[in-house]
Design a binder for this molecule. Sequence first.
Ligand code: FE2
Ligand code: FE2
Length: 258
Amino acid sequence: MKILFIGDIVGNPGRVATTQFLDEHQHKYDFIVVNGENAAGGRGLTFDIVDQLLASGVSAITTGNHVWDNKDIFRFIDTTPQLIRPANYPTDVAGRGVTIVASTDGQTQLGVINLAGQIFMSPYTNPFHALNSIIPEVKAVTPYILLDFHAEATSEKIAMGWHADGRIGAVIGTHTHVQTADARVLPQGTAYITDAGMTGPYDSVIGTRTDDALERFLTMMPTRFTVAKRNVKLCGAEIELDEQTGLAVSIMPFQHQY
Ligand SMILES: [Fe+2]
Ligand SMILES: [Fe+2]
């Protein structure tokens, strides 16, 4: 069972790279999961963008702290089951934090969970306890489960990998936009990477124009951030799960230049 995970898609450059890549490679995967929190000009998602991603073969869209940045999302988050936001929000918040999606051939199902970290992030409830209560719900439906853990601190992400080891197929880190060199299958069979990396312009500061970001650091004043354009890469990881157990056979990070 092959899953493609594409890291934080940033703005139009990230969306163009994603649709081009999927046009060519979509058929190789049973499931395609993308993090879309920065897809609309770096900030959130719109209806049209979600529609375009799903039409290009995406099975599920995860998000993170930028999920609410574009208010258009309130129009469709409750009616788009493939789109999830961190599960560790209070229960009455719009949208859902877990989804179960069908494979491209309709034969199997993947449970996709989104959680956000607590360190150097806005307040979220405890993601470790949240995962404990979510796993049995999803396992009642399918043995194949992937978690997008959207967090800043490497320590918190690594701890989540060990917390999940042997219980779900994959823990994929997002949010820092820089791919880490630590992809591995943990001893009990969970595929893990601290960060899948960004899909967007790399001549930038994690997707933002360098002059905008430097102005903020130099003046310490609020500045407007715009998405950069040059040196676009698509980053992510391919994960293979064992069909019997749902645990990982392999994880292979990749960076594809556009
Ligand atoms: Fe992001
Ligand atoms: Fe983020």
